[in-house]
Design a protein around this ligand. Structure first.
Ligand code: NAI
Length: 327
């Protein structure tokens, strides 16, 4: 049997962790390959995390080879092959954006350095904790020995939200849809692009043929879905965020389906005019564990303006964390 793959998860005692860990342990990322979970929390949450580990034990998952927990990233990330950075400092009432960026900066500089020093050579890092793109940029910059392309941020939840909204609009199952793309930042400025999306092989924008729905309903519904869930549930999206985190990592390791692509926030190589180094969402395919940004898509004037606005926000965030000395 194969040696277990070590999967590190931060914020493991949180809401997303409570969905994520059980699915990882039961094979949702790596199938039959045994996994060892390496779970990081802050000290006051370790007791709660012990309770979660008791529940993992009680599932007797065949693919779960072991669980380590702790509050020291240098120990928890030791030998990690995959890392899902979920734990982050949420924005509290009265917190300025600068405070939020610096609080998260402290977390992601430390975790980037620890990954740099102790993770396995093949480490892949996916950041879910918000502000995800910029947290990933901070971790990447603080891990100079790990290739930049091993740092991604999560926009798969936005991608999946866009699939479902479009499927409902056209009255087709999500399986009829291909080539969905989220561009830019995982924030309210993100741009879900229907001009390159296909429904049963036909242009989604042409099929819908309703620019007002696209601008007034579709884009805001996808971009503000997180707020709608908080409003309804009293808590932020967790199971769907865990699901997206799993799907992103599963596809990054195992590959994307033939003929389709997924949305991944990856360090820009300058494609589509996105400044190099920004972690921005692109259409990506994955083969043999390596992603590639899909090239040559047509970007119309409407899309160009939307992408530029979201990328401008990412540039602002990069400027702010540079000024704070975090990168
Ligand atoms: P939560 O507050 O329930 O859990 C977060 C956990 O992280 C807590 O247990 C906390 O103790 C832990 N934590 C904080 N600092 C840590 C550190 N330095 N090291 C290790 N653990 C630490 O939050 P929830 O709902 O699980 O969400 C987690 C993050 O995911 C939030 O930042 C949220 O905004 C983000 N999110 C991102 C989405 C995306 O699509 N990218 C979607 C939904 C949530």
């Amino acid at each position: 049997t194969a040696a277990p793959v070590k999967i590190a998860v931060t914020g493991a005692a949180g809401q997303i962790g409570y969905s994520l860990l059980f699915r990882i342990a039961s094979g949702a990322v790596l199938g039959d390959t045994p996994v060892e979970l390496r779970l990081l929390e802050i000290t006051p949450a370790l007791k709660a995390l012990e309770g979660v580990v008791m529940e993992l034990d009680d599932c007797a998952f065949r693919t779960l080879a072991g669980v380590e927990i702790g509050d020291d990233p240098k120990k928890v990330f030791e030998g990690a092959n995959l890392a899902m950075l979920v734990g982050a400092m949420p924005r509290k009432a009265g917190m300025e954006r600068g405070d939020l960026l610096s609080a998260n900066g402290a977390i992601f500089t430390q975790q980037g350095r620890a990954l740099n020093d102790v993770a396995a050579d093949d480490i892949k890092v996916l950041v879910t904790g918000n502000p995800a793109n910029t947290n990933a940029l901070i971790a990447m910059t603080n891990a100079p020995d790990i290739p930049n392309e091993r740092f991604n941020a999560l926009t798969r939840l936005d991608h999946n939200r866009a699939l479902s909204q479009l499927a409902a609009k056209v009255g087709r199952p999500v399986t009829a849809i291909q080539h969905m793309t989220i561009w830019g930042n995982h924030s309210a400025t993100q741009y879900p692009d229907l001009f390159n999306t296909l429904v049963d092989g036909q242009s989604a924008a042409e099929l819908v043929n309703d620019q007002e729905w696209l601008e007034q309903t579709f884009i805001p519904t996808v971009a503000k879905r997180g707020a709608a869930i908080i409003e309804a549930r009293g808590l932020s999206s967790a199971a769907s965020a865990a699901n997206a985190t799993i799907e992103h990592m599963r596809d990054w390791v195992g590959g994307t389906p033939e003929g389709d692509w997924v949305s991944m926030a990856v360090p820009s190589d300058g494609s589509y005019g996105v400044p190099e180094g920004l972690i921005s969402s692109f259409p990506c395919t994955v083969t043999d564990g390596k992603y590639e940004i899909v090239q040559g898509l047509e970007i119309n004037e409407f899309s160009r303006a939307k992408i530029d606005a979201s990328v401008a926000e990412l540039e602002d965030e990069r400027k702010a964390v540079t000024e704070l000395g975090l990168i």
